[in-house]
Design a protein around this ligand. Structure first.
Ligand SMILES: C=CC1=C(C)c2cc3[nH]c(cc4nc(cc5[nH]c(cc1n2)c(C)c5CCC(=O)O)C(CCC(=O)O)=C4C)c(C)c3C=C
Ligand SMILES: [Fe+2]
Length: 387
């Protein structure tokens, strides 16, 4: 088999409060997060959004100890996976490539090249595919391959999404069952799946399979769980003015509470590690809202982190990927050729989502221009004698 590498792809998170703004800048500079028809606008807009959002985000990161635990947990997952692979006689090195913070994907690629591997398995730590997560990392890797002959010649395979794996479904079902049994009346508990949202346009216009995969994933977990509990799927962490996948978590929970639900078990579904959106958004903000709405018994299923069943399943996935025909990045970047445009790229007259998005963006550009002029003391308003 030769020298094998496993590249774990993840989002990354700010480790200290002073990292929050540059982390947000990296995130919003990604065209898979905010897609603009004029690439030159991307960085000024990312600068502006990161500046205006950073205070709120910093306060949230303060609430979870001053930084994201993502790097530490991903490192623990990588170590556990490497040890499990070694026990299965696979001499693999596991690398971490974060999209928006350290250790960056570019750093991982530099290490991979230095180690002169024979084969690489590219494995996103997102169970379901989204253009905005695995898709963004795949695009970056494809770009790095095009720019680097050494990396281009490395034999590799890629895993697009893996939520259908029985090992993953079984581990999730076990974690849910454990939490259900801690409730006074386990069968009465409403199981509340909370997925990270994406804008509706990703699914409806750009063909992101994310919503379909999330819905399929929750159904399969409930089938594996084999309990009589009712369940709901809702979407959290909405950002910006456009419409995101619905129902939103708060509205769905309030609806359940109004219908008499008193026992709620929240299951984070789109991410395998604890992070800001489990530790702050669900455990603090959402719990408070739920209790105010009348939920009496609120609990949350922990993220998979280094659960032995999960790590074992990842090791089997790596093994199977090495034995199967290779999949290329071009094959899994979705959609291969964008059939439809994002709504903000397609011209339409009237009060449309596109108009709202563009009004917002033009207002931001105007605001930045005003700010720059006020700070520098030069510009068209000074020339016209208005400032
Ligand atoms: C599968 C998971 C995720 C999807 C889908 C996703 C899409 C998405 N996210 C934003 C905006 C933000 N995400 C932020 C942090 C963040 N997002 C995910 C996961 C998904 N994002 C994770 C794991 C994290 C970070 C975790 C951590 O630091 O612990 C943030 C920053 C935090 C904040 O300010 O709230 C933003 C902003 C968009 C716009 C988007 C889809 C287009
Ligand atoms: Fe996010």
């Amino acid at each position: 088999m030769g020298r094998v590498g496993v590249l774990l792809l993840n989002l990354g998170g700010p480790e200290r409060i002073e990292d929050v703004r540059p982390f947000l800048f990296n995130l919003f500079s990604d065209p898979e997060i905010i897609r603009l028809p004029f690439p030159w606008l991307q960085k000024p807009l990312a600068w502006f959004i990161s500046l205006s959002r950073s205070r709120r985000s910093e306060a949230n990161y303060q609430l979870i100890g001053g930084g994201s635990p993502l790097r530490r947990i991903t490192q623990e997952q990588a170590t556990a996976l490497q040890e499990t692979l070694h026990r299965c006689d696979i001499d693999a090195t596991v690398y971490i490539g974060m999209r928006y913070w350290h250790p960056f994907t570019e750093e991982a690629v530099a290490r991979i090249k230095r180690d002169r591997l024979d084969r690489l398995v590219i494995l996103p730590l997102y169970p379901q595919f989204s253009i905005s997560t695995s898709g963004s990392s795949f695009r970056l890797l494809e770009l790095l391959r095009q720019q680097d002959e050494g990396f281009r010649h490395l034999d590799y395979t890629v895993v697009p999404s893996w939520y259908r794996r029985p090992g993953y479904l079984k581990t999730m079902a076990e974690l849910i069952a454990q939490e259900l049994d801690r409730h006074p009346n386990p069968d009465q508990v409403h199981v509340f799946f909370s997925a990270h949202g994406v804008p509706v346009s990703y699914v409806e216009e750009a063909g992101d399979p994310y919503q379909r995969e999330i819905e399929d994933c929750t159904r399969r977990i409930m089938d594996t769980l084999q309990r009589p509990n009712p369940y709901t799927l809702a979407y959290q962490s909405r950002v910006g003015p456009v419409e995101w996948l619905k129902p939103y978590t708060e509205a769905a929970m309030e609806d359940l509470a109004a219908r008499g639900v008193r026992d709620l078990l929240v299951v984070p579904i789109s991410f395998v590690s604890e992070h800001i959106e489990t530790l702050q958004e669900l455990d603090i903000e959402f719990r408070e809202q739920a209790e105010e709405a009348g939920i009496e018994n609120f609990s949350r299923v922990p993220a998979l982190n280094t659960h032995p069943g999960f790590i074992q399943d990842l090791a089997e996935l790596v093994q199977e990927s090495l034995e199967s025909p290779s999949l290329t990045l071009e094959e899994v970047i979705h959609p291969p050729r964008r059939a439809k445009m994002y709504p903000q790229e397609r011209w339409e007259w009237g009060i449309t989502t596109m108009a709202e998005v563009w009004n917002g963006r033009l207002a931001m550009v105007g605001f930045i221009a005003l700010l720059v002029e006020m700070l520098s003391g030069h510009g068209p308003l000074h020339l016209a004698g208005l400032l």
